[in-house]
Each structure stands twice: as structure tokens, then as C-alpha cells.
Ligand binder design. Structure first.
Ligand SMILES: Nc1ncnc2c1ncn2[C@@H]1O[C@H](COP(=O)(O)OP(=O)(O)OP(=O)(O)O)[C@@H](O)[C@H]1O
Length: 582
């Protein structure tokens, strides 16, 4: 119940639909119980008493009753669906919003396929219970209650006999629930795994094919597919075991009633019509009691789904806005790291150790070092993708936490090594961070990023549609679109994280020349492995294992015999070697 209580905020605002739907359910159920009573009247008061004049009256009454039942049935169904649909709309919306605000730490561990299955299958599972299950539960309880009252009215001993069966049925239904709930959780989890496998396979198809790992992938999928099959079979087994048992108990009750009721009729203690009516009524008890298993099943599924949805809704947003944030129009671009240490997880090794540096606005800073030395981590701390474990990061002399997250991220333009392009037009991809930009501004940014020419060569120019991973574009072209995207937000701080690694030296040179102009009035961080990419920086920080081991200009670092000089020697010796060969 805890799960449903926690999710109340999503369905309670629409309670009016639920209450109205319940009202009509009660009318439908009431009419259902009247049917056997009409049957009893027809047999005992019309046929047995030979009062055939009453037939037209009874017929008209019956038709009227059916018409009312039809209309109320429509209303209860429609309003119930409305309740479910509106509630999950709100739920889906909140889940998506939450996903937008969850911090990077969450996504470091989240699996896309599993998240997708939560947002689709689990939301649907929850909706089904809201729209149908909950109402069905009320209908069943009401139907059993009213049927029992009418039964007691007809014959107390027969009603007691019926009631004697109920505890057995209830025990079986409860046992069924205990078994079926974990089974449904496994189904959901297994489906999440399956979706993850498919999603990762499609996303990583290049790697799979280039390493000829198709068979390996098929085997891995088969394992997950088998697991999904097994949990479904297990669940089906539970169903198959419990439902016949419930039916058996129901049938025993019917046979006992037939024997005992028949004897009462023979003895003259019960009228024939009453026995016939009783049989219909018994069906209204046994049937719903067995159906209760189905409802419990839906309830279990909804509970399992609800728990998975709460996992997302209650996930901690590790990086959030602090209570008081300052409002500034624009950052100048001063950056200062004071004794910053970063551990991605509490007991993890330090990814950054005692990082101390200062960059005045407008300067260009180069970050170089082996892979995993902490270059990207430095820039991510600036934009508060993560929180430093110790030390402080300042922008324009204020702590990064003094600003709102949205503001900081508007002010820092990132170009990542892996440029993600959305499946929309090139124009929209460039304007993603600034959708109100004019076409001229988009073209200007593209020109600076050396992207305009190749875009114009495409059949539809800026209106060319791109695939999810920028299908049809080379790595270098994707990077240039990503640079244009970053430039279009007119950031005070620009971070080029290996942003030109996929373009040839000549294009890199052209991009750098074009960027020089835009870099003049903004602080720029260039992360690169190639010395040629950052040698013009005002200061270069050389990182090793999370520490700054050297700093200075290109010229200074070339002569002090440190790691930078070694990198230089390797890269330029290579060049000389190549020149020698040719
Ligand atoms: N999201 C993360 N969760 C846990 N550890 C991380 C995460 N990102 C980076 N690390 C670890 O932090 C260290 C520094 O990583 P970082 O990405 O900053 O290095 P880098 O110098 O930018 O490397 P590269 O040149 O390969 O991009 C590495 O040991 C890495 O494994």
C-alpha cells in the first residue's frame, strides 16, 4: 500500500473521475443483482402461479433495466479510463522531468533500455490498475456483499453453506498473491534487462560488427531472452496451479448447493424460482472471488511497476540549486580552482587531487595529460556536473554553488569528443541550446566551426535530417556541428574537450583560426592530446593521475625537461620520423 500512497499525488487530483466511475459501477452492480430476482419472480409468481398477464410488464421492466445498465456501464468504463489515462499522463510527465534533473552520477549507472521499459511498460501497468483494477475491486466487493444479502433473504441455511466455502477461496487467493507478486517483479526486471540488451546492441552495432561479435551478441541475447521466457513460464505455472484450485473449490460449493437446495425444494422449504435465483447469485460470489485472483494479480503488477517508478522519482538529485542563487546577466569568465579534490564515489580513488589554478577572463587554458589523468573532470566540476569532494570552484569570484545550475550551463559551452546529434534537422541540432537563434546566427556559428561548406553540399542544406547518431556524417563533421552548437549559445567559457580529435590537421588549423576570433573575449579550455591543438594557449596545465604536475606556456614547458617536453618529443619525433621516411 506504501507504493500507492507515495504515488497518490499523481492520481488523487483526478479523484472526481474515479468517484463518478465508482458511482456508476455501483449502479451496474446493483442491477446485476436484480436480474436473478426478476428471474425468481418470473418463475415463482408468473410461470408457477400461471399469471401470464404480468409477462409484458416484466419484459418492459427488464428492457428498461438493461438500457440503464448499458448506459451506466458505458459511463463507468469511460470515466474509469479517463482516471487512469489522466493520472499516468501526469506520472509520465513527472518521470520525464525527473530524468532531466537527475545528476550525472545517476546516468553513470543507469541503463537506457531499463529506463525506457520503466517509462513505458511500467507506466502502462500502473495505468491498467488505476483504470480498471481498482474499480473492479470495488465492484467485486459490492457484488459479493449485495449477493449475500439477497441470498440470506431467500434462504439462511443455503447462504451459510455458501459462506462456508469463502474462507478456503480467500486462503488460496492470498497464497496466489504471495507467489505471483515476486514473479511479476522478476518479469519486469527481466524485461528491463532484455530492453537494455537490445538498446546497447543497436547503439553499439559498429563495435559489434567490426569485431565480428554478432554470434556472441546473439548468445548473450539468448541468455536474457531465455531468462525472460523462464520467468514468464514460472508465472504462468503459478497461474495454472492456483486457478483450477479456485475453480475446484467453486464447483464443490455449487454441487453442495445443488444437493442441499434441491432437497429444500423437495421438502417445500424453498421455491423453485428461489433456487434458480440462488444459483445465479452463487455465481456472483464464486466468480468474483476467483476473479479476485486476477485483480490481485493486476494489483501485484501495478505494485511492482509502482516500485520501479518510485526508484526513479525518489532517486536523489545529487547536484541541485542551492537555496539562494545570485542573478547575474552574464559571466565575465574568471575561473578559479582552490585545492579541489574529487572522488566520483565515496570510497573511490581520487580522480582529482588538490587542483589549484586561476584563469583570468578571456584567456585560453590548455589541459594535457594521459587518458584518465583528470582533464575532463576539471571542466565538469566547473559546470557542476559533479560536486567537488573537497575544495572550491569559483566563477567570477563566486562559488559555483552561488549560481543556478541553468545559468552556469548557459554560460559554459561544451564541445565533447563524442558529439551527440538528435534525429532532427542540422539547423535544429545547431540551435539546440538556443532555439530562438535566427538563421543568420546559425549560419554564422556554422561558418566559424568550419561546418557551413559541407552542410551546403548536402541535398537539403541546413534542413537535412540527421539520424540518432548523426547518420551520414563523419566524426569530424559531427564535431564541427557540435562546435557550432556550443558557439551559438554565446558562452562566456568555452570547453573544447578533444573537440577536434576527429578532424584532420588542416581543418583543425582552420577551426582554430576561426575560433581565435571568438576565443578572444571568452575563457577557453582546450583539452587535447595533440600539442598542436593547444600550444597557443596562454597557460597549459599538464595533468598526471589527477594532479597538476607542470604548468606554463608552450615555450616554457618545452625547455624544462618535464612530461610536456616528453610528449612534445614523442609527437614531433614521430613527425620527423615520418618526414624522414617520405
Ligand atoms: N563518471 C565517472 N564515474 C566514475 N569515475 C569516473 C567518471 N568519470 C571519470 N572517472 C574517473 O576519473 C578519472 C579521470 O577521468 P577523466 O575523464 O577526467 O580523464 P581525462 O584526462 O579527461 O581522460 P581522457 O583523456 O581519456 O578523456 C579516471 O580515472 C576515470 O576513470
Amino acid at each position: 500500500m506504501e507504493t500507492f500512497k507515495k504515488l497518490k499525488q499523481f492520481y488523487w487530483p483526478y479523484k472526481k473521475y474515479f468517484i463518478a466511475s465508482l458511482f456508476f459501477v455501483l449502479i451496474v452492480t446493483g442491477i446485476t443483482v436484480v436480474y436473478p430476482m426478476v428471474l425468481q419472480l418470473t418463475i415463482d409468481e408468473v410461470i408457477m402461479a400461471e399469471n401470464y398477464d404480468l409477462i409484458p410488464v416484466l419484459s418492459v421492466g427488464f428492457i428498461l433495466l438493461m438500457a440503464i445498465k448499458g448506459i451506466t456501464n458505458f459511463l463507468q468504463q469511460y470515466l474509469g479510463d479517463l482516471f487512469g489515462i489522466k493520472s499516468v499522463y501526469l506520472l509520465r510527465d513527472s518521470l520525464y522531468k525527473k530524468l532531466q534533473h537527475l545528476s550525472f552520477t545517476y546516468y553513470d549507472n543507469a541503463r537506457t533500455g531499463d529506463t525506457m521499459s520503466r517509462l513505458t511498460m511500467d507506466v502502462e501497468g500502473f495505468k491498467f490498475f488505476l483504470a480498471a483494477g481498482l474499480k473492479e475491486l470495488v465492484r467485486v466487493v459490492f457484488l459479493i456483499g449485495t449477493s449475500l444479502i439477497v441470498m440470506f433473504y431467500y434462504s439462511i441455511p443455503l447462504a451459510l453453506l455458501t459462506m462456508a466455502v469463502m474462507p478456503f477461496l480467500i486462503v488460496v487467493v492470498r497464497k496466489f498473491d504471495q507467489k505471483v507478486h515476486p514473479a511479476f517483479r522478476s518479469i519486469r526486471r527481466s524485461l528491463g534487462n532484455l530492453n537494455t540488451r537490445i538498446q546497447e546492441n543497436v547503439s553499439g552495432m559498429n563495435t559489434v560488427k567490426s569485431l565480428s561479435k554478432e554470434d556472441f551478441e546473439i548468445d548473450r541475447f539468448t541468455i536474457d531472452n531465455k531468462e525472460y521466457r523462464e520467468v514468464n513460464i514460472k508465472t504462468s505455472h503459478i497461474w495454472a496451479k492456483y486457478f483450477p484450485l479456485m475453480e475446484l473449490i467453486g464447483n464443490i460449493a455449487m454441487v453442495s448447493l445443488l444437493i442441499f437446495g434441491g432437497w429444500l425444494v423437495i421438502e417445500g422449504d424453498l421455491q423453485l424460482g428461489e433456487l434458480v435465483a440462488f444459483f445465479s447469485l452463487v455465481n456472483y460470489i464464486i466468480g468474483p472471488l476467483m476473479h479476485l485472483g486476477f485483480i490481485v494479480n493486476q494489483f501485484s503488477q501495478a505494485k511492482a511497476s509502482g516500485e520501479r517508478l518510485l526508484d526513479i522519482l525518489e532517486a536523489e538529485e545529487k547536484v541541485t540549486d542551492f537555496e539562494k542563487t545570485v542573478t547575474v546577466d552574464k559571466l565575465k569568465g574568471d575561473v578559479k580552482f582552490k585545492d579541489v579534490t574529487l572522488r566520483y564515489y565515496e570510497d573511490d580513488d581520487e580522480a582529482l587531487k588538490n587542483i589549484d589554478f586561476e584563469v583570468p577572463a578571456g584567456k585560453t587554458i590548455g589541459l594535457i595529460g594521459a587518458t584518465g589523468s583528470g582533464k575532463t573532470s576539471i571542466t565538469q566540476l566547473m559546470a557542476r556536473f559533479y560536486q567537488p569532494s573537497e575544495g572550491e570552484v569559483y566563477l567570477d569570484g563566486r562559488l559555483t554553488t552561488d549560481y543556478s545550475l541553468a545559468f552556469i550551463r548557459q554560460q559554459i559551452g561544451f564541445v565533447f569528443q563524442e558529439a551527440f546529434l538528435f534525429s532532427t534537422t542540422i539547423r535544429d541540432n545547431i540551435a539546440f541550446g538556443n532555439p530562438h537563434a535566427s538563421m543568420d546566427e546559425v549560419i554564422e556559428a556554422a561558418k566559424r566551426a568550419q561546418a557551413h561548406d559541407f552542410i551546403m553540399e548536402m541535398p537539403k542544406g541546413y534542413d537535412t535530417m540527421l539520424g540518432e547518431r548523426g547518420m551520414g556524417l563523419s566524426g569530424g563533421q559531427r564535431q564541427r556541428i557540435s562546435i557550432a552548437r556550443a558557439l551559438l549559445i554565446n558562452p562566456s567559457i568555452l570547453v573544447l574537450d578533444d573537440a577536434t580529435s576527429a578532424v584532420d590537421m588542416e581543418t583543425e588549423h582552420r577551426i582554430q583560426r576561426a575560433l581565435k576570433e571568438v576565443m578572444d573575449d571568452r575563457t577557453t579550455f582546450i583539452i587535447a592530446h595533440r600539442i598542436s591543438s593547444l600550444k597557443h594557449a596562454d597557460e597549459i596545465l599538464v595533468l598526471d593521475d589527477g594532479e597538476i604536475v607542470e604548468r606554463g606556456t608552450h615555450e616554457e614547458l618545452l625547455v624544462n625537461g618535464g612530461p610536456y617536453q616528453r610528449i612534445y618529443d614523442i609527437q614531433y619525433k614521430d613527425r620527423d620520423a615520418i618526414t624522414d621516411i617520405s
